[in-house]
Design a protein around this ligand. Structure first.
Ligand SMILES: [Zn+2]
Length: 128
């Protein structure tokens, strides 16, 4: 790891979320955490912002959900059927459901995700 250069600090710690300033070694999963700590994101938002396919974003979220369990966790806004209002509350998978079990409609909103930044104590570079 490179040493932290003080005059670079304000440029490379944009969100004040990290105690370290090594953006180059930040992983995709950390990028996603930063996004989610900043507000609600859909899989599409994540895929666009981080530059990965939605399918990959989904896999990262599955992993984050497991690793954040008990620390505030991944907060999921469940998808909803846009035809009848059915809410897909209890789901094991994170992706968007194919069709509504109640009306069989396929107009279903994307689930959205966020993370409470307090569930990332000491920043993401603290390895446990
Ligand atoms: Zn429906």
């Amino acid at each position: 790891m490179k040493p932290c250069i003080p005059f670079d600090r304000k440029d490379c710690c944009p969100k004040d979320l990290f105690s370290s300033c090594e953006p180059a070694i930040r992983t995709v999963r950390e990028e996603i955490l930063v996004l989610l700590a900043g507000g609600w994101c859909s899989l599409l938002d994540i895929s666009k912002s981080v530059g990965i396919p939605e399918k990959d974003a989904q896999e990262h979220l599955e992993h984050l959900r497991r690793s954040l369990r008990g620390k505030g966790g991944l907060i999921v806004s469940p998808p909803e059927c846009l035809s009848c209002g059915f809410v897909f509350e209890k789901r094991d998978r994170i992706g968007r459901p194919g069709k509504c079990p109640r009306c069989r409609g396929t107009h279903i909103s994307s689930p959205r995700f966020r993370v409470d930044s307090r569930s990332i104590p000491g920043g993401l570079h603290e390895k446990t």
